[in-house]
Design a protein around this ligand. Sequence first.
Ligand code: SF4
Length: 636
Amino acid sequence: MSSFGYNNRILMVNLSSGEIGLEHPGDAFYRRYVGGANLGAYYLLKNWKKGIGALDPENTIVFAASPLTGTPVPGFSRHSVVSVSPLTGTIVDSEAGGYFGPELKKAGYDAVVITGKAKKPVYLAILDDKVELKSAENIWGRVTKEAEMGIRKDLKEDKAIVTQIGPAGENLVSFACIVNNLKHFNGRGGLGAVMGSKNLKAIAVRGSKKVNVFNEELLREKVKSFAGKFKDNPFNNLLNRLGTAGVTTLQNTDGQLPTKNFQTGVFSKAENLSGEKIHETIFHRAEACYACSVRCKMTVSNETEGFELDPAYGGPEYEGISALGPYTEIGDLLTVAKANEMCNKYGLDAVSMGSIAAFAMECYEKGLIKKEEAEGIELVFGNNEALIQLIKAVKERKGIGNLLADGIRKAAEKMGKEAEKLAVHVKGMDFAAHDPRAKVSFGLAYAVQPIGPDHIGHFGDPGLSPDGFDNVPDQLNSFGFYDTHSPDDLDLGKAAFFYYGQMINSFHDVFDICTFTSVPGGTWELSDILELIKAITGWNYSAWELMKLGERRVNMLKVFNVLNGIGAEEDRLPPRMFEPFQSGPRKGAKIEKEALEKTIKAYYQVAGWDSSGVPGKAKLIELGLGWLSERLEKKE
Ligand code: SF4
């Protein structure tokens, strides 16, 4: 039987022994686990044994695409990387756009499952059927652009797509990221350090095949329809004009731009960091992920001495701008753009870098980091030079940078109780730039998401508010939502609303679909997604099956955490969320602790989990995950 969308070939690589093999799991496997996040979670859980930590050689790291990845459809460019996170100790799946996933599919593989540790630095070269481990000793220590050039030269393949780590990953910084084409990131959770611990600098891939699809004509028609309508879609139109930085001003005027380590939601210099300001000043050109006409990736360039910006490294997006700017009270666009470029060069997650810088600044101002400990870095809010110095120190693990390189939770624990109160994180992962006090379903999301505070793991209650984007209510009707909700309510109804939103965004991660194009409010509607799946795979998917797919992902992640000793006590929010905003239009707003606790319990019930948040046997069997129920019973 021929397969459509997927290759039925999974590459298995053992870095310790150097063995490279193939698995062919078959149609039933792909229909149940699909690809992306679920395929990765499946292999991680199969290989993982109690006690294996993120940086142990026995840990597994999976690079997985879905049957949709690499077809010429806007938004179908992504791939997932799944492993144990050095930042949180949880399982983490992180999706990136760009070109790596499509190229892997074109080379004839759906995923690469990597175990072991190489004796010396290596990179994995995949040129269609030729797969080999090659020495990376010449490029170890190099910044990402130099390493990419070195690999392409070594392979004599100018068009090889390289996904890699920078010096931060090599130095095991626990929030090091993985980057493909220098500007598309598997950003969260420190997966770059997992690669670094394995002496794996990069995977380079070049493929010459085409993804085999079930119905070419229907696919062509659907792609054409997207081109005709995405500019009329308010959300995708905004992304097309200004990139994600287009929301910076909106967030600020609404009093929900996290500022000064989340002390307030307004920043007096936000206009300097807006999408409009980037366009007027350092904008180079708009770029896209594979086959996407939204082109929301704004690259930047600049030649001012000390602030040169190389467009090869992309440009700052909303999350990075917020973390490196308002979180630290830095309102100088060139400094923020330079800091962002440094993160991209060194392979650091810009969100975590900005978060830990803001945390360190508050600790310094409150006397919890002494001047001598900071070794000459004047760590006060708004200090441009301090941010630049700190990024270098973290990347090199020098001085105060060594403490901070272990992530916000470990750094705070070492500094003591007062510092822990200032550390804005859940399960060890710092917050993306959406403050739960302004939109409370993010509070629930940040508290209970198995990978930590994932801002994109649900669609957020503003979409359901009466003044949300116009076309959202229509799209949500298809999922059974008929009422509007205030973004300020934290109640049992919100638990159910959040749960369904979580499952919707979860199936995006499983199919590796870009949430921007496909979330309710995006151009692709649910009916389009179902037709596209049919056109590509021939599978007659239903909305129900999509939701179950999302649910399967969340339950697999949750089971991993329970087996690894991460339970309900970590489904919480940090102290700052129970403190009121200090200023701005939302002055006084805060999360009510009791309401949050009740809503978390209600969420567990909606999910079919027990009162400690452990997935029930019936739920796991319903999802085809009986094998995980047995592992929970045996606690192994
Ligand atoms: S909308 Fe933006 S992030 Fe999503 S696929 Fe298109 S270019 Fe990439």
